[in-house]
Design a protein around this ligand. Structure first.
Ligand code: LMR
Length: 329
């Protein structure tokens, strides 16, 4: 009896001991290589978040689809298996937030200045709010860049796309884009693209140069056209319940870290992509094509009808609002 009492007392003492301050872990999963604008942005966020919270928060970055592929990572975020992601804006459709596909419309961003007016203005904020009913808080936009088209044949005119199997992200706008060029779009997770190109499951793809280079796609694509026909960027998102449940001071420090990481990621994105083009050129594996003015105009007139075609999906008013903000025609 005495022994039982002693154990109970000891247990009681143990349980009333103040708990060791629990470390908060933020798992940040993404699908690209560490040496990309997004990969570097994630590392910078980790560094700053851990510094500003003086070790209260530990950020674990999992690059290259190590934990989850495109679709799974969004499900994992909603379930709380990871806390933070930065999916491309072309990947929110399957979640039921189709409006983000406005970012995929061909030629809707003449340049990065125009893009910023959207991401840093009221339209950008409005779009992030649409994620809340899905249990997701949208915190920031991170840049990657303007896309190039690649294949094993030169892509100079829309006719060159006829019958080509082109890998796309899971966006209906990108599906319409490839169809408008006469290609056969195939949705595929990013982590599977290199092998699909290598084995001929698909003939070509589109991506900003930084993604093409860091996934070594240039080793399995003979040609790339510097077309800048569309944009690829990211929304940095967190599990809403997790985020709202953070102590206010910790959340404040994380917001500060993210704001700085955002500036950093957006500052390096353009150069990262320019450097990737140079590195791929230097490798001699891919031949780069610059469109003539006439060719560029032919691409644009083939692709522009996608805007009206996608009006009912994305919302005509939203398309008009974005185009007005960017000055695109
Ligand atoms: C892709 O799937 O092509 C891109 O979204 C990958 C990325 O995250 O940049």
């Amino acid at each position: 009896m005495k022994k039982i009492l002693a154990v109970a007392l000891a247990l009681g003492a143990l349980m009333s001991m103040p708990a060791r301050a629990e470390e908060i872990v933020v798992k940040f999963s993404h699908v690209v290589a560490p040496n990309t604008p997004k990969g570097k942005g994630a590392e910078r966020f980790k560094e700053l978040a851990e510094k500003y919270t003086a070790g209260k928060v530990k950020v674990e970055v999992y690059p290259n689809s190590q934990l989850y592929k495109d679709k799974e990572e969004l499900e994992a975020l909603q379930l709380g298996a990871v806390q933070m992601l930065a999916p491309s804006l072309a990947k929110f459709g399957p979640l039921g937030v189709k409006e983000f596909e406005v970012f995929d419309l061909p030629y809707i961003f003449p340049d990065r200045v125009a893009l910023r007016k959207v991401t840093e203005g009221p339209v950008g904020k409005k779009l992030l709010k649409l994620l809340e009913p899905k249990g997701i808080t949208g915190l920031a936009y991170w840049d990657n860049g303007f896309k190039i088209m690649s294949a094993n044949k030169p892509l100079r005119t829309p006719d060159d796309f006829l019958g080509l199997k082109m890998r796309i992200q899971s966006s209906k706008v990108l599906e319409a884009e490839m169809k408008a060029l006469g290609a056969l779009p195939q949705v595929m997770a990013f982590s599977e693209v290199y092998q699909a190109l290598q084995t001929g499951v698909v003939d070509g793809t589109e991506n900003p140069p930084s993604n093409m280079y860091t996934q070594k796609m240039h080793e399995v694509q003979k040609y790339a056209t510097l077309s800048r026909h569309g944009y690829l960027g990211y929304a940095v998102i967190v599990n809403k319940k997790f985020w709202d449940g953070l102590p206010t001071d910790v959340r404040g420090e994380l917001e500060k870290a993210l704001a700085e990481a955002t500036t950093y990621a957006n500052d390096i994105a353009e150069k990262e992509n320019a450097d990737a083009v140079e590195a791929m050129k230097a490798s001699g594996k891919t031949e780069f094509i610059t469109l003539t003015t006439e060719q560029a105009a032919a691409w644009k007139s083939a692709l522009k009808p996608v805007w009206s075609e996608m009006g009912s999906r994305i919302g005509k008013d939203l398309i008009t609002e974005v185009a007005k903000t960017t000055g695109a025609e």
